[in-house]
Design a protein around this ligand. Structure first.
Ligand SMILES: [Zn+2]
Length: 305
C-alpha cells in the first residue's frame, strides 16, 4: 500500500511528464502549438576564429567554436531548429586564400547547416573554385534567380528546398545579387541573373500552391535597403512586392538588426526581415509558433556569439 507522501510524489512526477511529454493526453479542443526555430548567419566571410582580442567592438567574439555552442543550446531547447546561411561564406581571412573555402564548408557541415545561398564573394574563386569545394558541404545550396544552366553548377544548386520539421512544411528559396559589375565575368561565366522579385513571385506561388508549404523563407543576398538608390532591388522592396514570404533572411549589406523588421506585404500580411551584421559575431533567431487553430505567430532576436 502506498503512503500518502509516495502517492503525491508519483502523481507529481506523472504530471510533470505529461507537461513535458506534450500533447497526447490533452483534450482536442485546446490550442496546441508547434514551434519551429530558425537560426541564421550571413556574410561570415571566412571568419573561422573569433575576432582578435584587440578588436575594439567585439574582442574575442564570434568564430565557429563559439557559434557551435550557441547552436547546441538552441537545439537543446528546440530540436525543431533549422540552420541557414544567406551567403558570402567565402573571403575575408587567410583561411580562404589558403584553403579556398574547404574549411568553411567542412565546419558548416559539422555544425549541421541545412541550407545556404550564394553571395557574390562565393564566386571569388570562380564557378570552378566553388564547385571544387562543394563535395565538402553536406548542406544544400539554393538560388532561384541565378540560372546556372550553361555552367558547371547546372543541377547542383536548386531553386528551393522543402524541409519538414514536426509536420510543418518549410520551403526555403534563394535570391542572389546582380553579378555584373560586382564580380568579374570570367568568374561567374554564363550564370544568368534573373529579376529577384519576378522570380520570388513565381517561386513562392510554387511553394504555397504546389508544395503546400506552411512556412516560406527567402535566403536573400540582395541587400537590406539602398536609401541613396531606391531603384535597386532590396529586401525591403522584395517584402512589399510579394505576398507569400514569412521571413526574409538577408545578407550583402552587412546590416545588423537587433530584431527582425516587420513589414506589410502586397497582401497586407506581415513579413519579417532579419540580417545580422557580418563575420558571425551575431546570429539571428526567429521562432515561429503554429497553433492548431491555423494561426501563426513569430518572434525574433539577435544573439551575440
Ligand atoms: Zn558580404
Amino acid at each position: 500500500m502506498q503512503n500518502r507522501r509516495e502517492f503525491i510524489q508519483q502523481s507529481a512526477a506523472a504530471a510533470a511528464f505529461v507537461g513535458l511529454g506534450g500533447l497526447s493526453l490533452q483534450s482536442c479542443n485546446r490550442v496546441e502549438t508547434k514551434r519551429i526555430t530558425i537560426l541564421h548567419t550571413n556574410d561570415v566571410h571566412s571568419q573561422i576564429d573569433p575576432l582578435p582580442v584587440s578588436n575594439k567592438r567585439y574582442p574575442g567574439l564570434g568564430g565557429f567554436a563559439r557559434r557551435a555552442s550557441v547552436i547546441h543550446q538552441v537545439r537543446q531547447q528546440n530540436p525543431n531548429t533549422l540552420l541557414l546561411d544567406a551567403g558570402d561564406i567565402f573571403q575575408g581571412t587567410p583561411y580562404f586564400n589558403y584553403y579556398g573555402g574547404e574549411l568553411e564548408f567542412k565546419l558548416m557541415s559539422k555544425l549541421e547547416y541545412d541550407i545556404a545561398t550564394l553571395g557574390n564573394h562565393d564566386f571569388d574563386n570562380g564557378i570552378e573554385g566553388f564547385l571544387a569545394q562543394l563535395p565538402h558541404a553536406t548542406f544544400d545550396f539554393v538560388s532561384a534567380n541565378y540560372d546556372f544552366k550553361n555552367t558547371a553548377l547546372d543541377g547542383l544548386v536548386k531553386p528551393y528546398k522543402v524541409i519538414v520539421k514536426d509536420g510543418i512544411k518549410i520551403g526555403v528559396f534563394g535570391l542572389g545579387v546582380a553579378l555584373e559589375g560586382l564580380v568579374k565575368k570570367d568568374l561567374y561565366k554564363e550564370t544568368k541573373y534573373l529579376d529577384p522579385i519576378e522570380i520570388a513571385q513565381q517561386t513562392t506561388k510554387t511553394l504555397k500552391e504546389q508544395e503546400q508549404c506552411d512556412l516560406v523563407i527567402c535566403l536573400s543576398h540582395i541587400g537590406y535597403e539602398y536609401k541613396n538608390n531606391p531603384e535597386i532591388v532590396s529586401d525591403i522592396k522584395l517584402a512589399k512586392a510579394t505576398q507569400d514570404i514569412d521571413l526574409i533572411i538577408g545578407g550583402h549589406t552587412h546590416t545588423l538588426l537587433p530584431k527582425p523588421t516587420v513589414m506589410q506585404n502586397a497582401a497586407g500580411k506581415e513579413v519579417l526581415i532579419n540580417q545580422c551584421g557580418k563575420s558571425g559575431v551575431y546570429m539571428g533567431q526567429v521562432d515561429f509558433y503554429f497553433n492548431n487553430d491555423g494561426s501563426k505567430t513569430a518572434e525574433g532576436r539577435s544573439i551575440l556569439v
